[in-house]
Design a protein around this ligand. Structure first.
Ligand code: KG4
Length: 361
């Protein structure tokens, strides 16, 4: 069970939570390589500013020390822009929500320290947020001029990012059950490693996704793992790709260059099948037909199509997050912080960030 125990079992309409009071939450996210700040008012998004860190591209992956230094440079302008774009002044902020973990410790320290300093200076409450909970609750970010449909409780979320692959059952805004998760690598890592192996750059997901659109997904076959229950495993398929490429390159050194679209399409199809098999299994076992996806990999066009088509076939109601809310962003931290705030939760100023989910509470 994740932190928080607000139960909506007798009160399943999320609108009621939004209408309790007009609160302005500043959200701060710095768990990995994106510095982001957002402002929401009564659950409505007023601003969402993000500074990505290009410095890691040269290394093919995130370098923790460089990430925390870049956060230090970005945090003040990013927060300041979020406040300006929201059309509020700092004094209007009701509470400050920040990502406490999981993530890179050095990166988390920057956001956490900044949030603590601001809370102290403004004498405003501080609210810690679990980054993963932010991804899962991103479906509740409201935007002016939009329909703002959201899933009904309980719903299932396929949470897929560079650090996680989980199927989560959400009973109420702050009551979560992890039904299954990866026993080794995350699916985002498989996308990133595939790209790195093929010399396509970092982050790998968007590149593989783009190339896969031009390829034949049934051309090559990679072994799928056999993992019990709703858990996942993605380390084997990475190795399977590595051996496949190595063996084919030994026969034809141009093999990868000549076939990169088909390799990406086939590899992506296999990853999506692995994800979807367990999602379908979890939906059947729980009888839940409200399905969402979240996390960076939920931007994948093949996965989005697969979830939509499977949903149509099985009578699910599916909710796909807007692209800007799939990867790390502070809007999702602000909305999760809003629920915690309404639940009366406040974080002490001596809070420290935590890198692993197991250390969260
Ligand atoms: O949620 P996120 O921004 O960061 C965390 O891991 O917390 O997810 C980043 C991951 C990376 O592995 C990236 O390659 C993957 O999301 N990703 C994608 C796509 N866009 C981002 N994977 C597949 N297809 C995409 N279009």
């Amino acid at each position: 069970m994740w932190p928080g125990n607000l139960s909506c079992k007798d009160d399943p309409d999320i609108n009621q939570h939004f209408e309790i009071m007009a609160d302005i939450i500043l959200g701060i996210e710095s768990s990995c390589d994106d510095t982001s700040a957002a402002v929401i008012s009564d659950g409505y998004l007023l601003s969402n500013v993000l500074a990505s860190q290009e410095v890691h591209k040269a290394y093919g992956g995130v370098i923790p020390e460089l990430a925390s230094r870049a956060h230090q440079l970005n945090i003040v302008p990013v927060v300041s822009q979020a406040i300006d774009r929201a059309g509020i002044s700092v004094g209007d902020i009701t509470a400050i929500a920040f990502t406490r973990g999981p993530g890179l410790l050095g990166s988390l320290l920057v956001g956490t320290s900044f949030a603590k300093g601001l809370a102290l200076a403004l004498d405003k409450p501080l609210v810690e947020v679990n980054h993963l909970q932010g991804h899962v609750l991103a479906s509740f970010i409201r935007q002016y001029g939009q329909d703002n449909v959201h899933p009904e409780f309980p719903y299932l979320c396929l949470l897929v990012s560079g650090g996680n692959s989980q199927i989560v059952k959400i009973n109420s805004p702050l009551d979560f059950e992890i039904l299954g998760q990866t026993i080794d690598d995350a699916v985002g890592e498989a996308f990133d490693k595939c790209s790195k192996m093929m010399g396509l750059g970092y982050p790998g997901g968007p590149v593989v996704d783009r190339l896969a659109k031009a390829g034949d997904p049934d051309r090559f076959h990679f072994a799928k793992p056999h993992v019990p229950g709703f858990d996942y495993s993605f380390s084997g398929i990475k190795t399977s790709l590595l051996y496949f490429v190595r063996d084919r390159m030994a026969e034809d050194p141009q093999f990868m260059e000549k076939n990169k679209e088909d390799i990406c399409a086939s590899f992506q199809r296999t990853l999506i099948e692995i994800l979807m098999d367990k999602l379908v299994k979890a939906a059947k076992a729980t009888g839940i037909r409200q399905i969402t996806i979240g996390g960076g990999v939920s931007a994948n066009s093949g996965l989005r199509t697969a979830v939509t088509e499977e949903g149509r076939k099985r009578g699910w109601t599916t909710y796909l997050p807007e692209f800007k809310f799939t990867t790390d962003n502070a809007a999702m931290i602000a909305i999760a912080g809003y629920f915690h705030y309404l639940n009366g939760e406040r974080t002490s100023l001596d809070v420290a960030p935590v890198s692993r989910i197991g250390d969260f509470h």
